[in-house]
Design a binder for this molecule. Structure first.
Ligand SMILES: [Zn+2]
Length: 146
């Protein structure tokens, strides 16, 4: 198995998610919205799981969501994460469509304060890893309404 030189930074040039990362770099949460039925879809590859058609348009979302589930990561499972632990990863449902659950970081909150369905809002943070060149601006979520 081999990794890209800047692993674990996301590949912002990978076609299925390129618009997602470009939006984050502008400070916008953009999600694919089905051209046929109007539902948001995630992951942005393949057919719409509601109407089984293909095309979608990247659409700016409000950035509001709710915490569906989370994990507090305390052990780095790769060396590049050693200086990040502990951190919180979560599944966040977006207000536009609770069927869309983004896997993301939950930041600026103590793990003991997290609650299912708590309101969250998007923030954009540089994603960096020890020993890895470069950074990517990534959406994360923090408690509060926008
Ligand atoms: Zn559809």
């Amino acid at each position: 198995m081999s990794f890209r030189a800047n692993f674990p930074l996301p590949d912002v040039d990978w076609e299925p998610t390129r618009e997602f990362w470009a939006g984050a770099a502008r400070g916008e949460l953009v999600l694919p919205r089905c051209d046929a039925c109007g539902r948001y879809k995630w992951f942005p590859d393949g057919l719409c799981r509601f109407c089984w058609t293909g095309p979608h348009t990247w659409t700016r979302a409000s950035g509001r969501g709710r915490l569906f589930s989370w994990t507090v990561v305390r052990r780095p499972f790769i060396p590049q994460l050693a200086d990040r632990v502990p951190y919180v990863t979560g599944l966040v449902t977006v207000d536009e469509d609770p069927a869309v659950r983004l896997a993301t970081f939950v930041v600026d909150v103590a793990p003991e304060d997290l609650r299912v369905e708590m309101p969250l809002r998007v923030v954009f943070r540089p994603l960096r890893f020890a020993g890895v060149e470069g950074q990517v601006i990534a959406p994360a979520f923090t408690p509060g309404e926008t």
